[in-house]
Write a protein that binds this ligand. Structure first.
Ligand code: PZK
Length: 287
């Protein structure tokens, strides 16, 4: 655990500490959530996979956008990062219709003000990726907002830049992943401003916790898609008839092992680095 660092925040599965005035430590735990509930059983190394994958993307997208990464700690799950002034919007990009995007399209034919073609199905690929900002709602459930509302929240210039950069990041990562058998259906970016008011990518980006990863070889639009990483855990939870309220069920060891294997597989396919090499020296993802 971090020495002499003040705890400044908790996510469902991550913790945030202040190292000093300018630097934060983001620590990814091995906790997993399904159906919005954090389960009592951890997935060994899940936090290391997510930390390593996010650092891999940060290293490879520096030309598209600067990011908050300062260094990776030897534990493989902790990222030292620049403290930013975070924007009050979530920058979501969708290449496929799923989740709230599918829900909104089904009801209105639009998502965040984007008028979409008629006749799309659940999980359909969109004609082109769309930027669908959301607010960080206090309930924990983000709320989709239209472009005008988002532009009022951050200003028209920053909105336009966040949209352009988000679409560029998604386009790069989705193409890279698709060539390696993974569909990144959608993803959420969080940006902040540095002391010179430049837009900087923060948080954890392009991981299975901040995105929907689907196995490309099983892709079949017209219904929900299996999750690349969480499907074993979801199927097990569904098989119990659990009502999806807290507390969730303990996972048996075969489900834990299978789930861990899927996280490691996503890391190895995308980064093209052995996960054992990452554990031995996390900085391999930055080279
Ligand atoms: C920041 N969060 C969300 C993430 C949590 C909470 N570079 C930054 N500068 C300032 N603030 C943040 C970041 C980042 N990243 C991120 N909240 C504030 C969050 C993880 C765990 F508890």
């Amino acid at each position: 655990m971090p020495e002499a660092a003040l705890h400044v925040g908790s996510g469902k599965v991550r913790e945030l500490y202040a190292l000093d005035d300018d630097r934060l430590l983001l620590v990814a735990s091995d906790r997993i959530s399904t159906f919005d509930v954090v389960l009592p059983t951890e997935i060994p190394d899940k936090g290391r996979v997510l930390t390593g994958l996010a650092a891999f993307w940060f290293a490879r997208t520096r030309d598209i956008c600067p990011n908050h990464l300062l260094s990776l700690r030897a534990d493989g799950r902790s990222t030292e990062c620049r403290r930013l002034e975070m924007l009050p919007i979530e920058c979501v990009v969708r290449g496929y219709l799923s989740g709230s995007g599918w829900k909104d399209y089904s009801a209105t034919g639009t998502v965040c003000g984007h008028v979409l073609p008629e006749g799309l199905s659940e999980s359909s690929q969109l004609p082109e990726p769309i930027f669908t900002p959301a607010t960080k709602a206090a309930t924990g459930h983000d709320e989709n907002i239209d472009r005008e509302t988002a532009a009022e929240l951050v200003g028209a210039d920053l909105f336009a830049e966040a949209e352009r950069i988000s679409l560029a990041l998604y386009g790069f990562a989705a193409a890279h992943a698709r060539e390696r058998g993974i569909i990144i259906a959608d993803t959420k970016f969080e940006f902040g401003l540095d002391d010179e008011r430049r837009l900087v990518l923060g948080d954890e980006a392009l991981t299975p916790d901040s995105s929907r990863f689907w196995p490309a070889d099983e892709y079949q639009p017209g219904g929900a898609q299996p999750s690349f990483d969480k499907q074993f855990a979801r199927d097990y939870c569904e098989s119990l008839g659990w009502d999806k309220t807290d507390p969730g069920p303990e996972l048996p060891e075969d489900v834990v092992a299978g789930t861990r294997g899927r996280y490691v597989e996503a890391f190895e396919r995308l980064a093209e680095i052995d996960f054992d090499a990452y554990l031995a020296d996390p900085e391999v993802v930055l080279r």
